[in-house]
Write a protein that binds this ligand. Structure first.
Ligand SMILES: *[C@@H]1O[C@H](CO)[C@@H](O)[C@H](O)[C@H]1NC(C)=O
Ligand SMILES: *[C@@H]1O[C@H](CO)[C@@H](O)[C@H](O)[C@H]1NC(C)=O
Ligand SMILES: *[C@@H]1O[C@H](CO)[C@@H](O)[C@H](O)[C@H]1NC(C)=O
Ligand SMILES: *[C@@H]1O[C@H](CO)[C@@H](O)[C@H](O)[C@H]1NC(C)=O
Ligand SMILES: *[C@@H]1O[C@H](CO)[C@@H](O)[C@H](O)[C@H]1NC(C)=O
Ligand SMILES: *[C@@H]1O[C@H](CO)[C@@H](O)[C@H](O)[C@H]1NC(C)=O
Ligand SMILES: *[C@@H]1O[C@H](CO)[C@@H](O)[C@H](O)[C@H]1NC(C)=O
Ligand SMILES: *[C@@H]1O[C@H](CO)[C@@H](O)[C@H](O)[C@H]1NC(C)=O
Ligand SMILES: *[C@@H]1O[C@H](CO)[C@@H](O)[C@H](O)[C@H]1NC(C)=O
Ligand SMILES: *[C@@H]1O[C@H](CO)[C@@H](O)[C@H](O)[C@H]1NC(C)=O
Ligand SMILES: *[C@@H]1O[C@H](CO)[C@@H](O)[C@H](O)[C@H]1NC(C)=O
Length: 827
């Protein structure tokens, strides 16, 4: 999702926010410098900057989380803050809360339930500020801090809030300035308000004897139908194993128009959804501690099943462990993930090390592992269950391919989640947001996600608990069965199959959905069909293979050869049932579009035929058959000129997923050296180590994993085992696959750190001259196969040259395309 990418381009200019603490970068830089000479175990969490992407609409959550944690604890801010936190120090803090997503662009925010906020009450209980607008505060500048498994923020009254977590629970520590030692510490606990203001009823109960507050209720989706609701529960334990004592407690309820009531000593709230639509009402608990304890430590458990389960999650996952013990366990879990790719730390430019490990960190931050917490149709499922598949259109391109290198056991769990979606609902999830079906973006991109797993791990699938029969059946459900409402799952395949494209202005008598994005939906459906073809090839299912091979060429059906733009001819366009094209200017919805009021996303009045993209951008999207796209565009020379123009004229959007593979286009025209230079430029123009260092929403680490591949000098073709070879930003790295028990070391001969720059300086060696796998030169220097490399382990040598003339062409076949006989077999 790229919701406000265009806006974000405007927002970059100039401002520097006063967060996070400068000490954070100093600490990371010192750790990277020291690691150059380190011997023994390296603590990779030291190199992670969780704040990258917390400004410039990156929507990254810097909160305390374990890998794939269901709980991510951070503060919720006012303003546009979908992940709760933003670095922007002009925004106010509403409270600390335990459920968040990372990198999603949902305009109203996602989760942010059950905020807790320390408040000042000069005249006791009845003077406490409770509503968000009353209790919110600014932070102290230059004090925010975080590392994997830990988050800290200090309010402008010097109260420090820290958090650490397990999968479904956390500890929150509040440290008060000495000046307040004599006053009781009051806290507001918010019962109703989540970030999107979607409360649909629930109840809260205070048990003063045991110092326990339980909350449960229903809330709405952040990116899906408003009529859907999910349930969530929290269990707050306030006594820190008996070392803290409650003083006063009660409940409150308020609205913006004068209701500001508190009931001291009351313990119960039970509210149904306001049918008249009063989302502005707020309520919760208010309590204080006897003046004996400082800091105050509060334990929180979360569940999607019941309040009892929220309490037992906290008891079993944290019990009586200290803040430091919980943080240490989280750090160990993160290291176990991060060390799966070891960079040569001595030779890698320091900013690259920080960007890489921060990206690898976010590559294991989401989706949220809610196994054992499935609700609704999934209640009690025996399959692993992940929340926040948000959305598959974003993650199929690089997120799952990166997981393929190191973590098939995790990938298998998520594949089972997709398959279970098909078992329970008839179609795989496209976008699961807040445990609910979210809006479909391009079609059923889950087909590519499960297909990529099948192609790369079919030998291990059964041992990993994944049935290839089920993968195939789930893909075919998406590919053949038109759901009644394809905005939430599946695709509009009836008309697609009838016409060979998704037509504009078609009368669809049997299903509903937003009848827009016909061009881009066709292109995405076609690539999903290619993934189905691949699995059919694997399974020797000839009939399916034949049908879906044909369908994987249907991108040709939305190619209008007559359209011209900037002197280039032929663009993808929406098309009517009678075969005529419905013209829209290919510049529309690009950064060069002069019209700011155009709808380019999911809006009903997006008439452009494309989703979150221009036709200039989406016309490159044929990752499995670029050879034929080159022909359509007029041959290699025109294709390369058109690519150069696309980048130089500013049509490219690094932060938009359909653009991810575009810089690789040069390789298909046998000009790999141009891809190398272009990707240097893309990385240094769009990514850095600051809070604003992402080109828009991280999109659940879609952006992080794109960057990780660029830095490693690799690029995956989803649905295949082919990897394109580029120029690494590091002299050497080792990829460990603990499940396969193999390690692969890539060494970059003639690596020149001076080439790791936006423009490769003359004389700096950066272009790929030769590639050797276990000392055998590969048939092409542009691509190799996962089965010959990272699956089996060993040594890969990428030999660079400074002389572009020594790096012209692939010195062998260009990367594969279906129409030139590529992808004819699977390994
Ligand atoms: C690492 O070792 C090299 C050579 O022994 C030395 O020059 C450098 O100062 C050391 N770096 C650090 C951070 O200790
Ligand atoms: C933080 O710095 C900004 C200037 O960037 C200033 O306007 C603001 O008052 C400061 N906030 C606090 C809490 O001191
Ligand atoms: C809340 O009230 C409803 C009736 O409005 C009742 O059915 C429900 O049991 C109550 N829930 C709790 C937890 O008290
Ligand atoms: C998800 O949680 C389940 C239950 O604790 C666990 O078995 C599984 O390993 C977890 N998976 C990941 C990727 O964290
Ligand atoms: C392939 O698809 C086209 C529609 O683009 C259709 O006309 C044709 O019959 C199909 N061919 C086969 C062999 O199925
Ligand atoms: C599938 O196609 C292959 C190659 O064309 C052929 O050898 C095989 O017999 C076919 N299998 C079936 C079941 O039709
Ligand atoms: C801008 O786009 C909107 C929506 O398509 C359209 O209504 C409006 O006329 C356009 N404005 C200009 C100046 O072209
Ligand atoms: C483009 O170049 C490749 C590699 O040299 C070649 O195989 C292909 O035929 C060329 N394509 C066209 C349309 O000329
Ligand atoms: C590292 O990143 C920072 C922040 O973006 C930048 O100011 C600095 O110039 C970079 N250093 C190098 C050597 O690229
Ligand atoms: C992994 O490989 C190493 C080295 O080849 C071997 O010693 C070890 O037993 C293997 N472990 C497993 C679980 O296969
Ligand atoms: C690698 O291959 C070359 C010949 O291509 C040979 O001279 C060299 O000894 C080999 N190196 C190793 C480590 O096997």
């Amino acid at each position: 999702m790229v919701v406000i990418a265009l806006l974000s381009l405007l927002a970059i200019a100039g401002h520097v926010h006063a967060q996070p603490a400068p000490a954070l970068q100093q600490r990371i830089s010192a750790a990277i410098a020291a690691a150059a000479n380190a011997t023994g175990d390296i603590d990779y969490t030291q190199f992670v900057n969780p704040f990258i992407g917390t400004d410039n609409f990156g929507d990254v959550c810097p909160g305390a989380s374990v890998p794939f944690g269901m709980v991510k604890i951070t503060t919720d801010m006012t303003g546009y803050a979908p992940a709760g936190y933003v670095a922007d120090n002009t925004q106010f803090i509403r409270g600390l809360s335990a459920t968040h997503d990372s990198g999603t662009g949902s305009s109203l925010g996602t989760y942010g339930l059950f905020e807790i906020m320390p408040v000042e009450c000069p005249s006791g209980f009845n003077s406490c500020p409770t509503r968000i607008v009353d209790r919110q505060r600014l932070r102290k500048n230059f004090t925010d801090n975080a590392m994997p498994g830990y988050f800290s923020l200090t309010l402008d009254n010097n109260v420090q809030m820290e958090a650490t977590s397990t999968r479904r629970a956390g500890l929150e520590r509040f440290t008060f300035p000495p000046s307040t030692a004599r006053s009781p510490h009051f806290f507001v606990l918010d019962f109703q308000q989540d970030l999107p203001q979607s409360f649909k009823g629930g109840s809260m109960n205070i048990d003063p004897q045991n110092g326990r507050v339980t909350i449960g209720g229903f809330w709405g989706s952040s990116f899906g139908p408003g009529s859907f609701a999910y349930q969530a529960f929290a269990c707050y334990d306030l006594l820190n194993g008996g070392s803290q004592k409650l003083d006063q407690y009660g409940i409150w309820r308020s609205n913006p128009w004068g209701l500001n009531a508190k009931l001291l000593g009351s313990t119960h709230l039970n509210l149904s959804q306001s049918l008249i639509g009063d989302t502005n009402y707020e309520s919760g608990a208010l309590f204080s501690f006897a003046r004996t304890s400082d800091p105050i430590i509060i334990r929180v458990g979360i569940s999607f099943i019941s309040a009892d389960q929220a309490c037992s999650n906290a008891e079993t996952e944290i019990g009586g462990a200290s803040f430091e013990q919980v943080h240490e366990a989280s750090r160990a879990a993160w290291n176990e993930r991060l060390k799966r790719i070891e960079l040569n730390l001595a030779g890698t430019p320091h900013n690259i090390t920080e960007m890489f490990y921060s990206s690898l960190y976010r590559a294991s931050l989401t989706p949220n592992n809610a196994t054992g917490e499935a609700q609704g149709q999934f209640f009690g499922t025996s399959a692993p269950y992940f929340d926040s598949l948000y959305c598959s259109w974003d993650t199929f391109r690089t997120f799952y391919p990166l997981m393929t290198l190191t973590s098939p056991e995790t990938y298998a769990e998520i594949v089972e989640t997709y398959l279970d979606g098909w078992r329970k609902r008839g179609w795989m999830p496209e976008c699961r947001a807040n445990n609910l079906p979210g809006w479909t973006q391009g079609g059923s991109s889950g087909d590519v996600i499960v297909g990529h797993f099948a192609i790369n791990y079919h030998n291990e699938a059964a041992a990993l608990g994944v049935s290839l029969d089920d993968i195939s059946a789930a893909q075919l459900a998406d590919g053949e069965l038109n759901p009644p409402e394809w905005d939430i799952e599946g695709r509009q395949v009836n008309v697609y199959k009838q016409y060979g494209f998704v037509p504009f202005d078609v009368l669809d008598p049997s299903s509903v959905g937003r009848q827009t994005r016909e061009g881009s939906r066709t292109l995405e459906y076609v690539f999903e069909d290619f993934a189905i073809r691949q699995v059919a090839l694997l399974r020797r299912d000839n009939a399916t293979f034949t049908t879906y091979s044909n369908r994987s060429l249907w991108y040709r059906n939305v190619w209008d050869p007559s359209i011209k733009s900037d002197g280039y001819k032929g663009f993808m366009q929406k098309r009517r049932p009678d075969g005529s094209f419905a013209f829209e200017d290919p510049v529309n919805c690009s950064p060069n579009d002069q019209n700011n009021s155009r709808s380019c996303s999911l809006q009903g009045n997006n008439i452009e035929g494309m989703y979150e993209s221009s036709s200039w951008e989406y016309s490159w999207f044929v990752p499995h058959d670029t050879a034929h796209l080159i022909e359509l565009m007029g041959g290699n020379d025109t294709f390369v000129k058109r690519l150069d123009h696309f980048f130089d004229a500013g049509y490219y959007l690094a932060g938009n997923e359909p653009s991810f593979q575009t810089p690789l286009g040069y390789m298909y025209a046998d000009q790999p050296h141009r891809a190398v230079s272009r990707i240097r430029d893309v990385v240094f123009t769009n990514f850095d180590i600051t809070a604003g260092g992402l080109p828009g929403n991280d999109d659940q680490a879609a952006m992080a994993t794109l960057l990780a591949f660029h830095l490693l000098g690799l690029y995956p073709v989803p649905g295949t085992s082919e990897l394109l070879i580029l120029s690494p930003f590091t002299p050497a790295y080792t990829v460990h696959n603990p499940y396969l028990n193999v390690s692969t070391t890539v060494t970059v001969t003639n690596f020149d750190a001076a080439s790791v720059a936006k423009t490769i300086p003359a004389g700096a060696s950066a272009f790929v001259h030769e590639v050797r796998v276990n000392n055998v030169t590969t048939p092409s220097r542009c691509a190799f196969d996962f089965y010959d490399t990272f699956r089996v382990g060993g040594k890969i040598e990428i030999i660079l040259t400074a002389d572009e003339n020594e790096a012209l062409g692939c010195a062998g076949p260009v990367p594969q395309s279906v129409s030139t006989g590529g992808f004819a077999s699977v390994r």
